[in-house]
Design a protein around this ligand. Sequence first.
Ligand code: AMP
Length: 546
Amino acid sequence: MTEMLLGLMQNEFPLTLNHIRRRMQSANHGSEVVTLMPDGSAQRISHAALTERVDRLARALGELGVEQGDRVASFAWNNQRHLELYFAVPCTGAVLHTLNIRLFAEQLTYIVNHAEDRVIFVDDSLVGVLEKLAPSFEGVAHYVVMGDGDTGSLPNALRYEDLLEQAGGGPFDYPELDERQAAALCYTSGTTGNPKGVLYSHRSISLHSSATLMSDGNGLSRNDRVLAVVPMFHANAWGLPYGAALAGSDLILPDRFLGAEPLAKLIASERPSLMGCVPTIFQDLLRYADEHPDVDLSSLTNAACGGSAVPKQLMKDFEERHGVRIYQAWGMTETSPVATYSRPREDGEHDAQHWEDRAKQGRPLPWVELRLVGDEGEEVPWDGESTGEIQVRGPWIASSYFRDPDPEKFDDGWLRTGDIASVDEKAYVQITDRSKDVIKSGGEWISSVELENELMSHPSVIEAAVIAKPDERWAERPLCCVVLSGEGAASAEELVEHLSSRVAKWWLPDEFAFIGEIPKTSVGKFDKKVLRGQLAEGRLEGRVKV
Ligand code: AMP
């Protein structure tokens, strides 16, 4: 066999977040990070000045005893300090575990303990939520409160600014890292059972960040001002903070002020060119903009939307009435998250075909490979009609979950996404259904299985199957199909009352279908495909709104 002839390039140069940090420090002259403050003012810092604070934080982490590979958690909104953690933690070789502040108590306890978080950095506005859970966290040695607010009953609470002050200034000597080292951890509850940890590497984040600079993707550039509304605890805010740092774009962070009014005012005053968020927030913003014609949102020439299907009408209305162009992306926590992006060729009028394409989830980004697989494991053709499960592979796609292998999700190097789609001859993906048993409401997951179990614990319920019902505002809401022990044995209101002490308020269903029998598959499982079909065709019997 002939010997492999190696390319004579710097093959060992590691793709790590230290490169992105160094660019912020020295190459992004004039770029800034803006955080919306509670009094409506804007806190500003240059990229270079932010890296000085990152250096201090890196030193402080060492003093707290954080070592390479340790998990350091954040429980925070989108703001400057959270961004400092985004760099200091991974650049020292530790792993930033961004906790989803909207998870239930038991899920948060599970993930903090499963990840073995050693330190938790918490926004002062969220201390009230975290302090109740702190006794259930097994290995957390320190809580660091960000902001001047009360530290509550958190044990061993330290203050973020004190730590930075004590750490002292001057450059920090960052360790040499391997690009395959873990950098960030994010749990997804978009599967059944316990939340699953997606463990990003320096390499995967570096490459995904580069993809956010591609003009067929987010297209971030030096000229952009990027408003990251999507939470920094959700798949690294879709990679926007790292992308902005790499491109030298300004980054605008709304902290906890996510209502239509503060966001619209922030857009009007800071004039972002790009914004990323879920459809629900865009819908609220559209309503607000229609009612307040004096608020100018037209700086947004390039808004990214995803997390659930983006209604065509929403994109059209925004573009035609407010000059805001929204592009749809698809992906998941496991795909870092952006995997496809819908940017039709700009070669003419925005005609019906253009809008058809815009309403699809888009073409795979460069480096993402995608295939459709049918029920029998066969590959499904890209003919725009046949459907199959989307499977993806590529350098920013998960290969396994953290300490929870779940082999069913991974098929010989491909990630099984649980999304069902067709792909047309132009390579546009269109999601048609979901095989995973969850409902996505306003960008957050509702477990249908958990709702079913709680419903079936009611004495009058024999069987319950919960499916997603399309909803204009929330994208999806749970619809509970219930078989009662006798006609009228329980009312919809009684069942909601029963659920209300058992699940989060926003999980409570607003519609039931009282049916005679739940359709079953050949192996006796609930066949939700049949129920979803009946719902779509208006044939689902016994529907009652609450
Ligand atoms: P998450 O891991 O919480 O980000 O959720 C990922 C899931 O959200 C995907 O597997 C899809 O089911 C759904 N999703 C994301 N983007 C879109 C989109 N553009 N259209 C339809 N569903 C989407």
